[in-house]
Design a protein around this ligand. Sequence first.
Ligand SMILES: Cc1cc2nc3c(=O)[nH]c(=O)nc-3n(C[C@H](O)[C@H](O)[C@H](O)COP(=O)(O)OP(=O)(O)OC[C@H]3O[C@@H](n4cnc5c(N)ncnc54)[C@H](O)[C@@H]3O)c2cc1C
Length: 309
Amino acid sequence: MPGDCKIREIIDSSGIKNLKIYHDADMRRLINFRVNSTVGTLVIAENNEALKNIIAFIINNNIRYFIIGGGSNSLINDMNENIVIIKLGRFFDHIDFKEEGNIVCGAAYNMGRFVTECYKKSYNFAFMAGIPGTVGGAVAGNSGTKFNSICEFIESVECLKIKSGHIVSEEHKLKINDFGYRFLNIENLVAITKIFFKKERSEKELVFNEILERIKYKKAVQPLNKFTAGCFFKNPLNSSKTAAELIDSLRLKGFRYGGAAVSKKHANFIENPAGASSMDIYNLSKIIAGMVKDNFNIELENEVKLVGF
Ligand SMILES: Cc1cc2nc3c(=O)[nH]c(=O)nc-3n(C[C@H](O)[C@H](O)[C@H](O)COP(=O)(O)OP(=O)(O)OC[C@H]3O[C@@H](n4cnc5c(N)ncnc54)[C@H](O)[C@@H]3O)c2cc1C
């Protein structure tokens, strides 16, 4: 793998059209943890062709990459400049309500706007209300609540896959085994570009009330006004307790490591209250997971995607 200076040169020399390239891009604008640092190289692809070409170029040059959506479930290591961050540009930021029940949405579309626009057309995605990020990011991790998750309402996704060393764009029909609790598993998936939803209409007033209820609930139990990435760990499947309950029972709420802290409001949220570095957050997560393992013999799995650690 080339070194970080070389990576910048290689990306600059790609000659691919419809790309925006930023070196030392501000991490605070990329991830919800708002770590005050930079990422080596950020590339914004302004259309499908540019996305396809830059990913192929990066792979051919043996460079690591990470596709980022809204960055509300990701932590990037600012000490590691060897990873190129790729973001989908405005071309992927669209929504279209087709004939009855069919909604077509670009992967870069904002989740809050998605919930609102669907409500206006009487489609109930209230369970996604208050979840930040993009629709593509939500689909990639099958985001949702304990009752519903977004992939349940998807017929297919348009995506880039790697096949025989080539990046190809295709429509993938979603099967029940492709997704589960906070995961989507499509073989050879590189990036999701468009999502085809199918949903029955609901009564508009009911949707409105459910959205309000959902936001009220989230405000009551989650630190929505803090810099976090949502639940850091998935709930363990082999325990009757949630990750938050396990962490809380160790009295870790408020526990700090460097600039990072376990939320006092929700034990499964790590906050960046004051100048946490990526490493502070990462190390705190390791301490928490280690204590849960030592005390309950349970391995917590990260829900937050760690990049470059
Ligand atoms: C306050 C708060 C509350 C939250 N509440 C919830 C909740 O109730 N339920 C829940 O499930 N989550 C919750 N989250 C976590 C997070 O908001 C969701 O997981 C969200 O859907 C992630 O979207 P994103 O665009 O920010 O993803 P990112 O963080 O940008 O990326 C997450 C993953 O998706 C991948 N990805 C992103 N875009 C694409 C793409 N186009 N193609 C392929 N892969 C892609 C990334 O590579 C990464 O692996 C919360 C977060 C916060 C900060």
